[in-house]
Design a protein. Structure first.
Length: 319
């Protein structure tokens, strides 16, 4: 009888023990403010799946402020915290996380081309502890150039600014140059490797004026966004970007995957992994929603008239 009573008490005590709250590491290459919309979308995605921060899930936020040398330190910090999953903003951060751990699942919220970057074996079967979503921005570079050509029919030469120390960004620049040749457009490559290169390259553009500037954005070039935007307006240069936020800040146009939506979808990976699915078995998801944004205020400032057929295709127009 005593044994039965002790067993019953043990069962009750076990049932009353609080469940372990999953802990998610959220590591972003940029600043907190720059990523606020995406962070909000990620939390919204979790809420839609029944995860409420501070109640049944905990999130450890880390922001690298655009400093790549901080990635290993921040990843190591999350590993010490024994997080269950690490969510990262892009391929570069994913590489740092993958180098630090082969055990903790890593979910990329918006990777350019994780296969080319060597982070996954294939989109269908990632094969390791890394999975997530791709923004297919490498392939969309061609589409962006086509939109520039439609907007400016006499487009003859485009300055392309990119981070040459990043393999994914370099791959995108190479595809853009191939597409430019097919469109009969010349490319002025502006390869940068550190912050001081950006000012040098812009000075060169001012001296040898192209017809437009095309910025491939990553953690390095993104740090100089305002500088590039101010330069484009001052020199009356049409500018093309990848994300709505750049057009909101004053760029002429952008075309790309809806980034907040990708972050919202990243929550689905969190849910599946917490329920037992291995990241190696979770296919990398490609975006379903793409946005074309035009800033008519900027167009007026730089003296560019957007053709009606191009304007009609815009998903959002800033007036």
């Amino acid at each position: 009888m005593l044994a039965i009573l002790l067993l019953a008490l043990s069962i009750v005590a076990h049932a009353q023990q609080p469940k372990k709250v999953p802990r998610i590491g959220f590591l972003i290459a940029a600043t907190r403010d720059a990523q606020s919309a995406r962070t909000k979308a990620f939390r919204q995605g979790l809420q839609e799946l029944g995860y409420i921060e501070g109640q049944n899930i905990a999130i450890e936020y880390r922001y690298a402020e655009g400093k790549t040398d901080r990635f290993p330190e921040l990843v190591a910090d999350l590993v010490r915290f024994q997080v269950d999953i690490i969510v990262v903003s892009n391929n570069t951060v994913a590489r740092a996380a993958s180098n630090a751990t082969k055990i903790i699942p890593v979910v990329i919220a918006s990777g350019a081309d994780p296969v080319a970057a060597g982070l996954v074996v294939s989109l269908a079967r990632p094969g390791g502890n890394v999975t997530g979503l791709t923004n297919v921005t490498t392939d969309l570079g061609v589409k962006r150039l086509e939109l520039l050509k439609e907007t400016i029919p006499k487009l003859a030469r485009v300055a392309v600014l990119w981070n040459a120390s990043d393999r994914g960004m370099t791959l995108m620049s190479e595809r853009i140059q191939t597409a430019a040749h097919a469109l009969g457009v010349g490319i002025k490559p502006l390869a940068v490797r550190d912050t001081k290169d950006v000012e040098t390259m812009l000075a060169e553009v001012a001296k040898n004026r192209p017809d437009a500037i095309f910025m491939i954005t990553d953690r390095l070039t993104g740090l100089h966004l305002k500088q590039v935007l101010d330069f484009a307006v001052k020199n009356k240069l049409p500018s093309m970007f990848e994300d709505e936020v750049f057009v909101t800040e004053g760029g002429l146009m952008a075309y790309g995957a809806n980034r907040p939506e990708l972050y919202r979808r990243a929550a689905v990976y969190i849910d599946k992994i917490l329920k037992g699915t291995k990241p190696s078995d979770l296919p990398v998801e490609q975006p379903m929603t793409f946005d074309f944004i035009i800033n008519l205020k900027t167009a007026k400032q730089i003296g560019v008239t957007i053709p009606p057929n191009v304007l009609a295709r815009a998903d959002k127009v800033i007036r």
